[in-house]
Ligand binder design. Structure first.
Ligand SMILES: Nc1ncnc2c1ncn2[C@@H]1O[C@H](COP(=O)(O)OP(=O)(O)OP(=O)(O)O)[C@@H](O)[C@H]1O
Length: 337
């Protein structure tokens, strides 16, 4: 069952200076639940890392409350905290002469003695973490030989081996290629479900977060922190407002962002399905507003109608032109414009 693991009230974060205090964000009130993946989104410099550092007690809060499992964060000793929160940072650490399984084993340090020797139980926890993340094939590789995505998974396994109810991750998808970003977010989502952990991460991967996260935190200088499911934030206009920039529009139907094009001409499309959608996309990218409601002498059949996969361009006068690909269609359109 979902429970509020982290409770934040009137939190003010920032940096005390010599004479003045730099306030990065203030009056944050929120809760973070177990069994959920929560994603923190915000522009560069808005304070995501500062918030994560404050929530992990790496830096002091300026004022307000942070409660973890009902207890104020300042009442935890460092050792107690290391059994409650694990933090996965993105910086590429220069780890040499250590295998993945040894690094993951370091996650057990809050539980081991001075020499860090792993007991049979500790080793079983490490093995389970490796299994959960699906990296058995990497266990005996040296860490410095791993790719960014592989190393990131090892760091997540280390956090799992730490057996904390809360895991924070600072931009875990930052250096990954697109399929690896998707895989990483799906993995974290799955882990939140399977292990009932509270997983909270910062990211710039907006579209992915909107598709995968259970809760979104939008952090911005004017409105502070706005929280909700991606769908509630779509419906109440928070997302459109948050990313209201020239050239970007939030599509309420798909719940995703799209780039607004400026159109210099328009053409009627006849058809339906995927080919219709792809022709429309290609034309709009090229500054031509295209859909079935446009009124124009020139029109295009998008292929699905005839079922032979071709595209037929009907100029205002003269013979229809049949082509096989959208690339050819664009070339023909240019000729008659
Ligand atoms: N040690 C520090 N002392 C004073 N100000 C700092 C310090 N570290 C960061 N800042 C400032 O605090 C603000 C928030 O920085 P932070 O790194 O938290 O932003 P961020 O949202 O994580 O940015 P990014 O997306 O670029 O990583 C910025 O204005 C930054 O310049």
């Amino acid at each position: 069952m979902k429970q509020e693991t982290i409770h934040i009230k009137n939190l003010c974060i920032g940096y005390p200076g010599k004479g003045d205090v730099k306030v990065v964000a203030s009056d944050i009130c929120a809760g973070i639940n177990s069994g959920e993946l929560t994603c923190l989104l915000g522009a560069n410099g808005v304070g995501k890392s500062t918030l994560l550092r404050t929530l992990s007690a790496f830096q002091p809060r300026l004022s307000g409350e942070i409660r973890i499992e009902g207890k104020d964060i300042s009442s935890y000793t460092d050792k107690q905290l290391s059994k409650v929160i694990s933090v996965v940072l993105t910086e590429k650490c220069d780890i040499r002469n250590m295998s993945a399984v040894e690094l993951i084993g370091l996650g057990r340090s809050p539980y081991t003695g001075f020499w860090g020797t792993l007991s049979k139980e500790d080793k079983a926890v490490v093995d389970h973490a490796i299994e959960l993340v699906g990296i058995s094939h990497l266990a005996h590789r040296m860490v410095h030989t791993l790719s960014d995505g592989e190393r990131q998974k090892v760091m997540i396994a280390k956090a799992l081996a730490q057996e904390t109810p809360v895991i924070y991750l600072d931009e875990p998808t930052a250096f990954l290629d697109f399929p690896s970003k998707v895989e990483m977010m799906q993995l974290l989502h799955l882990l939140s479900r399977q292990t009932d952990k509270t997983i909270f991460l910062s990211t710039h991967d907006l579209e992915l977060a909107l598709q995968i996260a259970d809760k979104i935190w939008l952090m911005d200088k004017v409105n502070g922190v706005t929280i909700g499911t991606p769908e509630d934030l779509s419906l109440d206009g928070s997302l459109s407002c948050f990313f209201a920039r020239k050239g970007i529009a939030f599509d309420l139907e798909t719940g995703l962002f799209r780039v607004n094009n400026e159109y210099t001409s328009q053409v009627r499309l006849i058809g339906h399905g995927q080919k219709y959608a792809m022709v429309r996309k290609a034309l709009q990218r090229n500054g031509i507003l295209a859909n079935r409601n446009v009124e124009s002498d020139v029109y295009i059949e998008t292929g699905d109608l005839k079922g032979d996969g071709t595209f037929v361009l009907h100029p205002a006068s003269g013979e229809a032109i049949t082509v096989q690909t959208i690339d050819e269609l664009l070339a023909e359109i240019v000729k008659i414009r």
